[in-house]
Design a protein around this ligand. Sequence first.
Ligand code: XBP
Ligand code: MG
Length: 236
Amino acid sequence: MLKALLFDVDGTLADTERDGHRPAFNAAFREFGLDWDWDVELYGKLLAVTGGKERMRYYVEQFRADYVKPADFDAMVAELHKAKTRHYTRMLAEGGIPLRPGVKRLLAEARAAGLILGVATTTTPDNVTALLRHSLADDGPDWFAVIAAGDIVPAKKPAPDIYAWALERLGLAAGECLAFEDSKNGIRSSQGAGLKTIVTVNDYTRADDFSGALAVLTDLGEPEAPYRRLDRDETG
Ligand code: XBP
Ligand code: MG
């Protein structure tokens, strides 16, 4: 029997990557006097790696052969990431990023029907609570029985660990839950934990491999604009 819905955050609850996380990273780079600047296209490549700190390291290793790492590089990445989180949560507090179509309705209706709600994401916990508070409802974070986020598990998506952690916290089996994801890394994580998964794609993930998904949709729709199921050749 279905007891809980588990949601990814970035790309699934809201389109946060291109106009949220990306400019927040760039603002942090400027603040630290770095000449790093991630445009929309480059950011799509960097999304291969989940986790902001991991993504910055990947950028330096794969795209900045010219960059000479300082001795305290790891500490610098940690500080950069704190600054990025500050910029990003401020953007959210200013109401900068709405939830995707249908998300609020689904959350409200699931809640009213007695389903448990949970979050399983690689992003920082502060980012999740800020999005839920400012874009869902003042008490948005309280709608969720578990918020599994960030460094709670060392191995981020596509590893299944974050979903496994959320299931354990809820005391539920994978078969009692349904996951919502938007990306290849996300569905590998949810399926790795044994969860059936519904995918809503976005511009960065449209061509990802979503083999085994329960459904691949453009969005969760609103009553007046029902979702459209993607044809196989549109999903790549
Ligand atoms: C989201 C991420 C995160 C965000 C940035 O992936 O990979 O790293 O891009 O957030 P998913 P932080 O949607 O699969 O969870 O900088 O806080 O890591
Ligand atoms: Mg995502």
